[in-house]
Design a protein around this ligand. Structure first.
Ligand code: SF4
Ligand code: SF4
Length: 396
């Protein structure tokens, strides 16, 4: 859900040359093996026709369910036809990169679910606890694309991560990597949904892993766990997500004030939300990463709200350097934490932390801190609580 950037790499399509069928068939067999060597959990090849998915995207946009992600509407024509991103594109190589940290616990679902019930804990989405996945993914896709060029010489390709306007779940589905779950994420029978997707668009007419018109196998059945568990009822119907209600959107993409009605429902989720994935039975097959990049940094799997709310802008920049979280900036970081502190029990430490930010220079932060204090029956016109501000709190 990030805006498109010019960061995707593209070589010169004019450099392409015909490649014979037998060589293409051999290449299609080699690419997944090379992908595995680079740490990808699976790699598939699919056709690029997204016509089937476009009416759903259009209806979603028409209903305004993309919130203020204006780029989704602006770039709909690019999503409709990948050839606008790479002239003469013929196939997509879709790759799955599992992101659970290498040393994750066996009982990770139970553990993560238990933390959601500990309101003093700050819950950050699992994917964001390590290095910024965009860089990791892009670098590995480039290496895979280069490996293909080593084998066959120059060809036309473009490397894309979720910063490029592609219908990546649909393309991954068509490449045989899984099916679209009712929570709208791609699901794999081998790996659940705890992974990133990346793509290499190519003009090589590689044999596709799934025939273009094959009906995709789906394995959600009558299950509705993700819909039932969503704290904000953002999955308004199977396969339909109202981003405006989704905590991932509200804490990461949304720039302004968080709607007051949704704040109490956000609990202690301060960056992203994994609830619909934790509830999904297929995630018992979710795999740990083979890469060190997604190892947890700075204790982000066990931090408290009060600890993180105390970070100064300098702390935020230093500790989130190289992390996707850095993109939201310190102001929105404090906004999210203030909401969670408003939902936490009003202990002396929580009240002291909020009071320490009551005069924050940002109106956005101040407004959320005032709301949080009001949740505790306090307010910025009330007397400062007797408990002194903790010494470990640093002023901005
Ligand atoms: S990420 Fe959270 S808020 Fe968004 S749909 Fe899933 S459970 Fe609901
Ligand atoms: S929780 Fe159930 S309905 Fe939702 S994506 Fe998983 S299997 Fe499908």
């Amino acid at each position: 859900m990030n805006p498109p950037t010019s960061a995707s790499s593209r070589n010169d399509p004019a450099a392409t040359r015909p490649v014979e069928q037998a060589r293409l068939a051999q290449l299609a067999q080699q690419i997944p093996a090379w992908g595995a060597e680079l740490g990808f959990g699976a790699v598939g090849i699919g056709d690029i026709d997204t016509a089937e998915a476009m009416p759903h995207l259009q209806a979603w946009l028409d209903a305004g369910r993309h919130g203020d992600m204006d780029y989704m509407a602006r770039h709909r024509h690019l999503r409709a036809d990948p050839r606008l991103l790479l002239p003469r594109a013929a196939r997509v190589i879709s790759a799955r990169l599992d992101y659970r940290p290498r040393r994750d616990r066996c009982d990770w679902v139970e553990h993560e679910t238990a933390r959601l019930a500990q309101p003093e804990q700050a819950v950050i989405s699992i994917y964001a606890r390590g290095r910024d996945y965009h860089k990791v993914l892009r670098q590995r896709l480039r290496q895979l694309a280069a490996r293909v060029a080593q084998a066959i010489g120059p060809y036309g390709y473009r490397v894309c991560t979720d910063s490029a306007p592609l219908l990546e779940v649909e393309l991954a589905r068509k490449a045989g990597l899984g099916w679209r779950g009712k929570h709208t994420l791609l699901l794999s029978q081998q790996a659940g949904s705890m992974f990133f997707l990346g793509e290499i668009l190519t003009d090589l007419p590689l044999p596709a892993d799934v025939p273009p018109d094959a009906p995709g196998a789906e394995h959600c059945g009558s299950c509705t766990r993700c819909i039932d568990v969503c704290p904000t009822q953002a999955i308004v119907a199977p396969y339909q997500l109202d981003a405006r209600r989704c905590i991932s959107y509200l804490t990461i993409e949304h720039r302004g004030s968080i709607p007051v009605a949704l704040r109490p429902l956000m609990g202690n989720r301060v960056y992203g939300c994994d609830d619909c994935q934790l509830a999904c039975p297929w995630n018992k097959f979710a795999r740990v990463s083979r890469l060190p990049d997604f190892d947890v940094r700075h204790g982000l799997d066990a931090a408290t709200l009060v600890e993180l709310f105390a970070w100064s802008p300098e702390d935020f920049e230093a500790r989130h350097a190289g992390s996707a979280i850095r993109r939201i900036g310190h102001e929105r970081w404090l906004r999210n934490l203030a909401v969670a502190l408003g939902n936490a029990p009003g202990t002396p430490a929580v009240l002291a932390a909020l009071w320490a930010r009551a005069d924050h220079p940002s109106p956005l932060v101040r407004e959320h801190v005032q709301w949080a204090l009001a949740q505790h029956g306090s307010g910025t016109d009330a007397a400062v609580p007797a408990t002194p501000v903790s010494l470990h709190l640093k002023a901005d």
